[in-house]
Design a protein around this ligand. Structure first.
Ligand SMILES: C[S@@+](CC[C@H](N)C(=O)[O-])C[C@H]1O[C@@H](n2cnc3c(N)ncnc32)[C@H](O)[C@@H]1O
Length: 545
């Protein structure tokens, strides 16, 4: 009998416990050494073995055995979640947390870990719940500063993502220098619908005024760097592109939500036949996505999606942040990818860290399609045609149609060719202005043409010599800037002219209001009036452009 007893489960259990002990020590050591992948492997072995033991627990005569093992299992799941979140494998990490919380619903470490993961996934209010619950634990006393910090962050981001009330004033006054402000994702009065331009487009659902924020979205991935000149620059760009693709692939692999969102994007084929995704998919607090019409998202499809949807970070903020005019940044922002191009765009984007903010650059009516400039729209028709070809489309916006009809005008062709061959810009502007008078163009039409010949207008209207030679037919630069802004929308270069004028002629109320309006068009309603004034007084704009 005694012999039999000795052969019973006792010794085997001892061995298993020893193995569990070894695995746990090894996993903890690896975690402390921040060897995340290895610690995940060790914790996984421990977790599988523990779960097996628990399912066979009636075999164990020790009454403490089961509670102890469950406690260890809870901690192991929590630690594996920590390691997984360090590798940005948030979905799996979240599953671990949920399993751990099933064992111990108020497990302090797990609650904090889950809160941090949810913050990373932009689920601010759920993250807040975790931190609040963690605060009730006795362990919270020793960690109150950290916990309060997280809670404050959640509250702030939840408020921003609900209201869109971002204030970038300090950063702007600082000339976009320093650490960019912390942003949350935000979805305003917008909707994805079938577009008359191509495939799907983003539309505004209520009347709004210029500068209103439309949405803020975080990049799936970005890649940034300083490009060396010429040939080296091309190689560097290729390397950056390769890194960028890898980062996107990694994001897609690690996060099912990102995968689903990216799979809704156009790969350029049969765009008009594409489904219109539900707007709710893009809201920050959305939990899981069951909708996935394009389950197949292999590397080739991802490459095509990136070809069609990646954006280069342009504009002053990105250049200043990159501290260099050779700065180059590329990224994929899902919601922004639904916006079609127009040469008379009505929205602009501002890059702040990994987020892109998109705002209306003019007053918009409910139902209007939101459009962005994919390239510099202060360029002539033929140049714009070339640029839209690189995006594989032929723009047929109102301005392109209008200028297309003008192309039969011999005068215009001569001026275009003349300018390419180094014609005197004063003479070109004189002929253009004369032509516009003869062709009885007015209002926006004049603005379109002036925008197309912006480079010549800028050079001629700011040259005293040209003004002297060609007289009244060379219009003042600020009125050219105004008419272009009216027709084509706000632009940093036009704003710079209004600023220069303001500085030269003093801050008259009307001129200041004009500059402010243009400012809102370029950067959105993200600054207090006072902040813009200080920005102007500090001469930041001159320095940073
Ligand atoms: C970033 S996506 C825009 C959203 C896209 N329409 C969709 O359904 O997903 C870019 C693609 O939209 C189309 N597109 C954008 N602007 C256009 C325009 N002005 N004219 C024709 N096609 C355009 C082109 O096929 C381009 O490659």
């Amino acid at each position: 009998m005694r012999e039999e007893e000795q052969q019973q489960p006792q010794p085997q259990l001892g061995m298993a416990e020893e193995l569990l002990q070894q695995l746990r020590s090894k996993a903890t050591e690896l975690l402390l050494r921040e060897e995340w992948v290895e610690s995940i492997i060790a914790y996984s072995q421990f977790i599988t073995l523990s779960q097996d033991k628990i399912s066979k627990s009636p075999e164990n005569p020790d009454p403490d055995f089961l509670p102890k093992l469950k406690k260890s299992l809870c901690l192991a799941l929590s630690n594996r979640a920590e390691a997984r979140s360090r590798l940005r494998e948030f979905s799996q990490a979240l599953e671990d947390c949920d399993q751990a919380l099933k064992i111990e619903s108020a497990h302090f470490k797990t609650l904090v870990c889950k809160g941090k993961i949810l913050l990373n996934l932009n689920r601010y209010s759920m993250a807040m719940e975790c931190f609040k619950k963690a605060q009730l634990d006795p362990q919270a006393c020793g960690n109150s500063e950290t916990l309060n910090g997280y809670l404050e962050k959640c509250k702030k981001l939840e408020f921003l993502s609900r209201t869109g009330a971002f204030d970038l004033s300090d950063w702007v006054v600082n000339g976009f220098r320093g650490k960019p402000p912390e942003l949350a994702e935000y979805v305003g009065a917008i909707q994805i619908k079938k577009s008359n331009i191509s495939g799907r487009g983003l539309f505004i659902t209520k009347n709004i005024d210029a500068g209103t924020l439309l949405f803020v979205t975080k990049a799936v991935a970005t890649e940034r760097g300083i490009l060396p000149g010429q040939d080296l620059g091309e190689n560097a760009q290729l390397v950056m592109w390769k890194n960028f693709i890898e980062k996107v692939m990694e994001s897609i692999t690690k996060c099912p939500r990102t995968r689903s969102l990216v799979s809704t994007l156009s790969s350029g084929e049969d765009e008009n036949g594409l489904d219109v995704p539900e707007m709710s998919l893009f809201r920050p607090e959305t939990e899981e996505i069951n909708h996935n019409p394009y389950e197949k998202l292999d590397k080739n499809r991802v490459l095509s999606i990136l070809d069609v949807n990646s954006l280069v970070e342009d504009a002053i903020s990105a250049k200043v942040l990159g501290k260099n005019s050779d700065y180059y940044g590329v990224g994929l922002w899902v919601l922004a990818s639904f916006i079609n191009h127009s040469c008379i765009p009505n929205a602009r984007r501002l890059h702040v860290g990994d987020h892109v903010m998109v705002h209306a650059s003019r007053d918009l009516k409910a139902g209007e399609e939101i459009t962005l400039p994919y390239f510099d729209v202060l360029s002539p028709l033929n140049k714009r045609k070339e640029m839209s070809k690189t995006w594989d489309f032929d723009c047929s916006c109102k301005r392109c149609k209008f200028e297309g009809e003008l192309s039969s005008k011999q005068d215009l062709r001569e001026i275009e060719i003349g300018l390419e061959r180094g014609m005197d810009v004063g003479g070109a502007v004189y002929r253009l202005e004369e032509g516009m008078r003869r062709w009885m163009m007015r209002g926006k039409e004049k603005g379109y043409l002036r925008a197309s010949f912006w480079a010549a207008f800028y050079e001629a209207c700011s040259s005293e010599k040209a003004v002297k030679n060609w007289g009244r037919r060379i219009p003042p630069l600020d009125s050219v800037a105004d008419s272009i802004a009216e027709a084509v929308g706000s632009d940093e270069r036009l704003l710079k002219i209004l600023f220069a004028n303001l500085k030269k002629n003093g801050n008259g109320v009307v001129a200041l209001e004009r500059a402010l309006k243009m400012w809102r068009g370029v950067y959105g309603k993200i600054v207090k009036k006072q902040a813009m004034r200080s920005f102007l007084d500090l001469g930041n704009y001159e320095q940073s452009y």
